[in-house]
Design a protein around this ligand. Sequence first.
Ligand SMILES: Cc1cc2nc3c(=O)[nH]c(=O)nc-3n(C[C@H](O)[C@H](O)[C@H](O)COP(=O)(O)OP(=O)(O)OC[C@H]3O[C@@H](n4cnc5c(N)ncnc54)[C@H](O)[C@@H]3O)c2cc1C
Length: 322
Amino acid sequence: MKVNLSLNPTEEAQTLNLNQIFDLAIIGSGAAGYSAAIYARRYSLNTIVIGADHGGIITETNLVENYPGFKEISGQELMNRFKEHARRYEAKFLDDSIESISKEDKIYLLKSQGGKIIKAKSVILATGTKRRKLNALGEEKFRNKGVSYCAICDGAFYKDKVVGVVGGGDGAASSAVQLTQYASKVYMFVRSKLRAEPYWQNLLKKEDKIEILTGVEIAEIFGNDKVEGVKLNNGQIIGLNGLFIDIGSVPNSELAKQIGVETNEQGFIVVNKNMETNMPGVYAAGDVTDSLPRFKQVVVSAAQGAIAANSAYHFFKEERIK
Ligand SMILES: Cc1cc2nc3c(=O)[nH]c(=O)nc-3n(C[C@H](O)[C@H](O)[C@H](O)COP(=O)(O)OP(=O)(O)OC[C@H]3O[C@@H](n4cnc5c(N)ncnc54)[C@H](O)[C@@H]3O)c2cc1C
């Protein structure tokens, strides 16, 4: 296959012919989307990746230490490498956001914010999630400076430090337990009462390092350059080095709903083990899916992107579409 690594995004946009009907349109330019593009192109599917922002949510973290093959790499650099790898196989890219999706005969029509229409015979939805925000004072200011949304990812930076977890569900409980591996003390700030499953509640009880404060809300996150503590709505001040906000994430699944793709109660796209949705020719991969709800990681999204592309390939191979 001819390799072309020389195109920059502007040149790419200029050489993009949108009159054609693509075999596969991948919506989302994060780990799942890029990985799907690599595999799809190796299966010779004429593939376009449409992404609202390059690299997705992992670009928000400066240090990834658990992606195989890279002992330490920034999220941005890791995604640059994913994209470059997909470009090597001549996947097409469009930097734009898809606003609507419809189906005419057997063709999916994707309309972008920039007014483009992309036509494709199959679609992979790799649109990820957005974190549910606490909307507390100081949250934005201290983001990545002590405020984190991912204990699995950032917990190790808090060895022998005091941290807090906001939330009372399974996610928050699992984050608190996870953080005891590193931190000297873990506060849990729960707005009403603990909603975590009995399994998690038992684990929480066994951990001496964990102190659960119920019926409290974070009024303010304060510090100078980094988080130094929180002020609660009851006026209590608690000194902290880090605050993990774990009050759930919201899937970007509006497009899926538009075309009748099934989502679960929380809005995550329902997929089977082949990353197939309930609609023929529509696949989903990565954080936006209902698969592995407790384990949203780059390596998982990348694997699911590859599986989705493989399923799209079989969709064509079995000639269910002409
Ligand atoms: C702070 C933080 C640190 C993390 N650290 C780690 C770590 O160290 N290791 C690890 O393995 N995981 C980590 N994770 C988890 C990891 O980032 C995710 O699991 C993974 O990046 C998800 O990839 P994805 O492709 O499924 O979704 P995303 O990365 O969310 O990508 C989705 C993409 O789709 C785009 N999109 C959405 N809607 C549309 C639309 N309508 N049209 C076009 N594009 C659209 C978005 O703009 C985005 O680019 C971390 C997460 C966070 C929040």
